[in-house]
Design a protein around this ligand. Structure first.
Ligand SMILES: C[S@@+](CC[C@H](N)C(=O)[O-])C[C@H]1O[C@@H](n2cnc3c(N)ncnc32)[C@H](O)[C@@H]1O
Length: 278
């Protein structure tokens, strides 16, 4: 690691140990070259705690992976980039193909279960909720489970309040129907409560046990596994297959092809898969 004047001592060994901790707990692989990013994010924690070095911080983390500080550590290292209607073609596909199919398949139960896994600050589950609310007739029981490892992003998602800049690219009709200006928070907008009523935000580490039983009709897991190593990706794809109904849909991010990960799915659209189907 290049020698630099830093506020806290930070060695290559510290970096490697932090990478191992992150990987073991979250599956995220921090690539070489992320040394400065990690220093920037964690030195804030070290300063706040009044610790002398990264070594001392690592010792503290290793004492208890269930501690509040471990949670802060995880929150600091996750990458939460997201936006409303990111990869918009997925929401068109949901509206035009998946929901109409489910209206036929689930006509007796009138129930649809959707999971946004790695939902970050909520833009993804709210985009799903808008699509559902605009497509489904009354009388259907639709629930969207939105989970993430990072408690900060979940709290944000639950508020439903966003900077106005976050909705700049959306159509006027979408903004008018689903967002209200927030007098208490100038420069912010709030999603309509009707959307919030469809979504359940919960903390969940994809590497650990999942509390829900399923089955689930649709899983969105986009731009999450890109940070995972191959064995973690493979295990996760099989666990998703166990959780999905037959022919249930899995949406991945555009750079997350299923190649070599699992034989349990068939490609049916642009980074959209169904369980089985071959
Ligand atoms: C880049 S964001 C993607 C957000 C959204 N799905 C999208 O495509 O816009 C990735 C999210 O995955 C979450 N994540 C990473 N590892 C995780 C794990 N092991 N369990 C649950 N969530 C995880 C991160 O906290 C982050 O919020």
């Amino acid at each position: 690691m290049p020698e630099q004047k830093r506020e806290f001592p930070y060695t290559r060994q510290d970096f490697n140990q932090l990478c191992n901790l992150v990987n073991q707990h979250t599956g995220i692989q921090l690539a070489a070259g992320k040394e400065d990013m990690l220093y920037g994010r964690l030195s804030r924690r070290i300063r706040k705690l009044g610790l002398p070095s990264f070594k001392a911080y690592i010792q503290l983390l290793k004492k208890d992976e269930k501690s509040d500080e471990f949670g802060e550590f995880v929150n600091a290292v996750t990458t939460n980039l997201t936006s409303f209607f990111r990869e918009n073609h997925h929401f068109d596909y949901l509206k035009q193909t998946v929901l109409p199919e489910l209206m036929k398949r689930n006509r007796d139960t009138k129930k649809i279960r959707i999971w946004s896994a790695g939902c970050s600050t909520g833009e993804e589950p709210y985009s799903i909720a808008m699509t559902v609310a605009e497509t489904m007739p009354a009388g259907w029981d639709v629930k969207i489970l939105a989970t993430d490892l990072d408690t900060d992003v979940l709290q944000h998602g639950e508020t439903g309040i966003y900077d106005e800049s976050r909705i700049e690219g959306l159509s006027k009709a979408t903004v008018k129907r689903w967002f209200v200006r927030n007098k208490q928070h100038p420069g912010k907008v709030r999603v309509q409560p009707e959307l919030q009523a469809l979504i359940y935000f919960k903390q969940l580490n994809l590497l650990q046990q999942w509390p829900m039983k399923g089955p689930i009709d649709i899983i969105f897991c986009r731009n999450v596994i890109i940070y995972f190593d191959m064995p973690t990706k493979q295990t996760l794809m099989e666990r998703y297959a166990d959780m999905l109904v037959d022919d249930g849909h899995l949406f991945l991010g555009h750079s997350e092809a299923m190649n070599h990960m699992s034989d349990s799915y068939t490609l049916v659209g642009k980074s959209v898969y169904i369980k089985g189907g071959s």
